[in-house]
Design a protein around this ligand. Structure first.
Ligand SMILES: [Zn+2]
Length: 343
């Protein structure tokens, strides 16, 4: 099969397009013929090399994919070849205390497709049957590939971890990225009457408005924390979605209301931001971590996507062979939504 693979870590020059052996499904696995895959920031981290997370070279990256069931391994029932499917990219053991209590994203042996095992930037991938779900019929294959990892992450952050309730207000940093564009849609779906988002540039601001943002703040032009307090009559927002870290973290603390919740899933701008413990205790804030999501959350997300309530935003589509251009597009940060590879 054709695939994108790396034989060492580095920049885009380590991404090769070429032949890799076809995977074959082990017992309990499904072989999927991929038609589209989508990039996540995770793929850039895997390409660069993540300290403490060794990969076996040659390694095929890619966590998000959609396609058609080609074959099933021993013991797999109820999935006929030819079925259109999407992949839930979180791999869990099914046996540990967290898996058994239904919280598989806390699995002690948690892994992600394309990070801890061969991924979706390929014509075929073999995955555990637990990770295979019917593709929503209302989506193109590009859209189907574009939502699983980012939308699932945003869903767990807002619905499960922050327990966002109708009527509460939300701040989302860095609209444009996958998680934040889905978080915006999920926050509106959950009944948030005021969702403030931050971005840079007029074009992204316009698109954020189209996606339902009530207020768009350009973080290069205004002091976001101050502005949020102004807009909310000095109260602040109930929930802050922070996938950025770095300089945005201090803003999150300022923008949160008393008893507010700040939920973090990443630190693209830096993992060790300036902290202010006095704000945390004085406002009695909850700081919540979140990673990926469970199959139960994925099912709830699929229902919302299938009902047309959440629409994956596709920024650009490249052929698989041009994966380097796709990585460039993602890393350039100019786009809004997901960068997809057509396979
Ligand atoms: Zn487990």
């Amino acid at each position: 099969m054709k695939a994108i693979f790396l034989e060492k870590h580095g920049g885009n020059e380590v991404l090769s397009y070429g032949d890799r052996p076809d995977p074959s499904p082990k017992p309990g696995e499904v072989l999927v013929r991929l038609e589209a895959a989508a990039l996540n920031r995770l793929d850039v981290f895997v390409r660069n090399g993540i300290p403490g997370v060794p990969v076996r070279f040659p390694h095929v990256p890619g966590a998000d994919g959609a396609g058609v069931v080609e074959a099933v391994g021993e013991g797999v029932k109820g999935l006929a070849p030819g079925s259109r499917v999407v992949l839930q990219p979180g791999i869990s053991c099914g046996r540990c205390e967290f898996c058994q209590s239904g919280d598989s994203s806390l699995c002690v042996d948690f892994g992600i497709l394309g990070e801890h095992r061969s991924g979706t930037l390929a014509e075929k991938v073999a995955v555990p049957v637990e990770n295979v779900f019917p593709a929503p019929a209302n989506l193109s294959v590009e859209e189907a590939a574009a939502f699983p990892l980012a939308a699932l992450t945003a869903w767990r952050m807002l619905i499960t971890r922050a327990r966002l309730r109708a009527g509460e207000t939300v701040l989302i940093h860095g609209i444009g990225g996958g998680v934040s564009t889905f978080a915006l849609q999920i926050a509106k779906l959950a009944g948030a009457p005021l969702v403030i988002v931050t971005t840079a540039g007029a074009e992204k601001a316009k698109k954020a408005k189209e996606l339902g943002a009530d207020v768009v703040l350009d973080y290069k032009e205004v002091d976001v924390g101050k502005k949020v307090r102004e807009i909310t009559a000095r109260r602040g927002v109930d929930v802050v979605v922070d996938s950025v870290g770095g300089g945005a973290w201090r803003t999150s603390l300022t923008a949160a209301a008393k008893k507010g919740r700040i939920v973090t899933c990443g630190a693209t701008a830096g993992p060790n931001p300036e902290e202010e413990i006095r704000i945390i205790f004085w406002k009695q804030l909850d700081i919540l971590g979140s990673t990926m999501g469970t199959n139960g959350e994925f099912r709830a997300l699929l229902a919302a996507v299938g009902a047309g309530k959440i629409r994956p935003v596709v920024d650009a589509v490249f052929p698989l062979a041009e994966a380097r251009k796709a990585y460039e597009r993602l890393e350039g940060g100019a786009g809004m939504g997901k960068v997809v590879l057509k396979i």
